[in-house]
Write a protein that binds this ligand. Structure first.
Ligand SMILES: Cc1cc2nc3c(=O)[nH]c(=O)nc-3n(C[C@H](O)[C@H](O)[C@H](O)COP(=O)(O)O)c2cc1C
Length: 192
C-alpha cells in the first residue's frame, strides 16, 4: 500500500511539475511576443495621502476622448502599487528621447528619493509630480480598477493636460530603447 501511495504521490508531483513548466513556457512565449510590440515609455507619478511615488510604464493606453480616459496597468507586487491605490490619482508623463536614463532609473529597483533626485520635477494643479520636458503630462483621477492576474488595470479620467511642441519619442522595443525623430505628431493638434 505504501508503495502504491508513493507511486501516486510521485505521479502527482510529476504532473504538477509539467503544469508549472507549461505555464513558464507560455509566459516566455507571451513576453517574447510583447517584445515585438513597440511602446512609448512613460513615467507615471503620484502624490497624496499615500505618499509620493513614480515608475516607468509602457502599459498605458488611450480609452476615449470623452471623457478623456487613459488605462494604466500596475503590477500589484510593485512598491508603487499601494501608493497609487491609496492616492487615487496619477500623472502620465510621456517621455522624450532625452529621458532614457531617467526611464531606467524609474524602471529599476531604486528608492523613491533616488528616482526623483534626477530630472526636473514641477507640481501639477492637483499636486502631482510633472516632468519638465515630457512630451505630454496627463493629470488623472482614478475612476475604477480591475484585477487581472498580477496587475490592476486602472481607468483614469484626465483632469488636466500639459504638452510641449517639439521633442522626440522614447520607444521600448525588443527589450531596448529607441528614439524616434523627428516627431511626426503635433500634440496640440491631436488634442483638439
Ligand atoms: C520599459 C519598462 C516598462 C515598464 N512598464 C510597466 C508597466 O506598464 N506597469 C508596471 O506596473 N510596471 C512596469 N514596469 C516596471 C516598473 O517600472 C517597476 O516595477 C518599478 O519601477 C520597480 O519596481 P518597484 O516599484 O517594486 O521597486 C516597466 C519597466 C520598464 C523598464
Amino acid at each position: 500500500m505504501a508503495l502504491i501511495g508513493g507511486k501516486v504521490r510521485i505521479a502527482m508531483k510529476s504532473s504538477n511539475q509539467d503544469a508549472a513548466v507549461a505555464i513558464e513556457s507560455r509566459k516566455a512565449d507571451y513576453k517574447n511576443a510583447m517584445a515585438c510590440l513597440g511602446a512609448a515609455i512613460n513615467i507615471v507619478t503620484t502624490d497624496g495621502v499615500g505618499g509620493r511615488a513614480g515608475f516607468a510604464a509602457t502599459a498605458v493606453c488611450s480609452v476615449t476622448d470623452n471623457p478623456p480616459t487613459l488605462l494604466v496597468c500596475v503590477n500589484r507586487s510593485s512598491s508603487v502599487y499601494s501608493v497609487v491605490k491609496e492616492n487615487k490619482t496619477l500623472c502620465v508623463n510621456v517621455l522624450d528621447g532625452a529621458h532614457k536614463e531617467l526611464s531606467k532609473l524609474f524602471g529599476g529597483k531604486t528608492s523613491v528619493d533616488e528616482r526623483f533626485s534626477s530630472g526636473i520635477w514641477k507640481e501639477s494643479a492637483n499636486g502631482l509630480p510633472i516632468l519638465e520636458g515630457a512630451l505630454a503630462s496627463l493629470d488623472c483621477r482614478i475612476k475604477s480598477g480591475i484585477d487581472v492576474g498580477t496587475h490592476e488595470v486602472f481607468l483614469c479620467e484626465v483632469v488636466s493636460i500639459r504638452t510641449k511642441d517639439d521633442g522626440n519619442a522614447l520607444i521600448y522595443f525588443n527589450r531596448d530603447y529607441y528614439v524616434i525623430e523627428p516627431r511626426t505628431c503635433d500634440m496640440h493638434t491631436a488634442l483638439r
